[in-house]
Ligand binder design. Structure first.
Ligand code: NAD
Length: 458
């Protein structure tokens, strides 16, 4: 067997991370217009996702006067597992991938967060996403902490068998670090119910039957009704409420959605059902636009479900558009629902949407955030807007540990309540303290985690 070493070099941030968290000030990201992961941006200095998340944490912490002791605890991850994941490829070669599970904070309960398969995954990426999960679970007030996982791989180049072996080997590697009362993975970019089923099966071989070790499972394996659409549904609740507060109805509003995977496609479909005009959508292959509104049910059935590239879509009046054109489309609501770091300073200058609702994790860099605030364009942040997924994951876990089943109506009703309650809590701070939506959401999240941390003790 030939040994292929596909492990990417660990980023400089891996070994020195704790030091960096303690010592460094925010390194201001250099604005760029690349439409891919900014880590390989052609315009010089990389945008570091950990520094971006820590910037938002520090901003809220200073405002709240939490002090350096608590702030240090909130910035530091509890554990970082970096594993190599070797598998045998279909042609007999061996490939070794880099895998991560980073557990940020468990003060409020078992840690919770998705698992991502993507070539751009690295320790800093996962570290930032794990931290976001801590604030997100706190903003919606569910009894969890935050974690995240990832494997640096391109699933498009792997067969189903290779993907299964990769998932099972990764689960073996982190199998003693996760668990229903410890850390519960869920789907994220390029992972789905099937991947969760493999993790559940592999973990159950090690520890006995444990459906509650992952969420986002197939319905046949104790998954929850409503989980697949939950993140998109939660985003649409936020869009609907934010438009209503601005004196508009979602019926007739224009929306552009970047990313047409699980989250983006459900946002488009559910908003379309409420009467919104989805004028532009894109995926990694490109974007499509129709000024009168795209045929979203057709796009959902023919492209999102079978995961076909949108670049191949043709219809009367539909024209192709670039990622940049999509992000700067003249619409009521822009919904980034793909990867992080896509709204940089240049996009923020050119942006024409009246409101941004972050379905993706970390789509807006701090410079862009500040610029949009100056321009009076509200940005409903990821830790509020996309929390519907983790909320229904919590419902799934709660059903699993009680061996109960809720109906889809039950799930959707409870989800709507959580999203609206959380939205109103954050809006209260926006109005009373004149904060941006992001700062207000961090203040809510940090406040709850800081209290739990202090009560439990260092
Ligand atoms: P997915 O893999 O189902 O879909 C990702 C989509 O983004 C695909 O359509 C892909 O083609 C597109 N994409 C990738 N690169 C792109 C680019 N450069 N430009 C435009 N589109 C691009 O993933 P998902 O589960 O829908 O997750 C999307 C985002 O939502 C991620 O940021 C994820 O962290 C976040 N999120 C997901 C969940 C969930 O429940 N799945 C929950 C909360 C947040």
């Amino acid at each position: 067997m030939r040994l292929l070493n596909r492990v990417p070099r660990p980023s400089a941030g891996w070994r020195g991370s704790m030091q960096k968290v303690r010592d460094s000030e925010l390194v201001r990201p250099v604005p760029c217009r690349c439409d891919r992961s900014h880590k390989t941006c052609r315009r010089g200095a990389p945008v570091n996702p950990v520094e971006i998340t820590n910037h938002y944490i520090r901003q809220a912490s200073e405002l709240m006067g939490l002090g350096s002791r608590v702030e240090l605890l909130l910035l530091s991850a509890e554990a970082e597992h970096h594993v190599s994941v070797p598998i045998e490829l279909d042609n007999g070669d061996v490939a070794v991938f880099s895998g991560y599970r980073i557990q940020h904070n468990s003060a409020r309960g078992p840690m919770k967060g998705g698992l991502r398969f993507h070539p751009s995954v690295d320790a800093d990426d996962v570290r930032a996403l794990a931290s976001l999960m801590t604030w997100k679970t706190a903003v919606v007030n569910i009894p969890y902490g935050g974690a995240k996982g990832g494997v640096a791989c391109d699933p498009a180049t792997l067969s189903a068998g290779e993907l299964e072996r990769l998932t099972r080997k990764f689960t073996q590697r982190i199998g003693s670090e996760i668990g229903p009362q410890r850390d519960i993975p869920a789907p994220d970019v390029n992972t789905n119910a099937q991947v969760m089923a493999w993790i559940m099966d592999e973990y159950s071989r090690m520890h006995g039957y444990s459906p509650a070790v992952v969420t986002g499972k197939p319905l046949e394996l104790q998954g929850s009704a409503g989980r697949e659409a939950a993140t998109g549904r939660g985003v649409v609740h936020v869009v609907e409420q934010a438009l209503a507060d601005a004196g508009r109805s979602i019926d007739g509003a224009t929306i552009a959605v970047q990313g047409f995977g699980n989250v983006g496609a459900h946002v488009a479909l559910l908003a379309h059902r409420l009467g919104a005009r989805i004028v532009a959508v894109s995926d990694a292959s490109g974007g499509v636009r129709h000024p009168d509104g795209l045929d979203v049910p057709r796009l959902f059935t023919e492209f999102a479900v079978p995961r076909r590239d949108l670049a191949g879509y043709e219809d009367d009046g539909v024209r192709a558009l670039s990622q940049e054109e999509l992000l700067t489309e003249d619409v009521d609501v822009l919904v980034p629902a793909a990867l992080g770091g896509v709204l940089d300073e240049q996009v923020a200058k050119d942006l024409r949407a009246r409101m941004v609702v972050e379905a993706a994790n970390g789509p807006t860099v701090p410079e862009a955030d500040a610029l949009l605030a100056d321009r009076g364009i509200p940005v409903l942040p990821d830790i509020l807007a996309n929390a519907g997924g983790v909320t229904v994951s919590y419902f799934e876990w709660a059903q699993n540990i009680q061996s109960m089943r809720w109906t889809e109506d039950d799930v959707n009703r409870r989800l709507a309540q959580v999203m609206l309650d959380s939205y109103r809590t954050v809006r209260g701070l926006v109005e009373q303290r004149k904060l941006t939506w992001r700062t207000a959401a961090y203040v809510v999240g940090l406040g709850r985690v800081a209290k739990a941390t202090v009560l439990r003790g260092v």
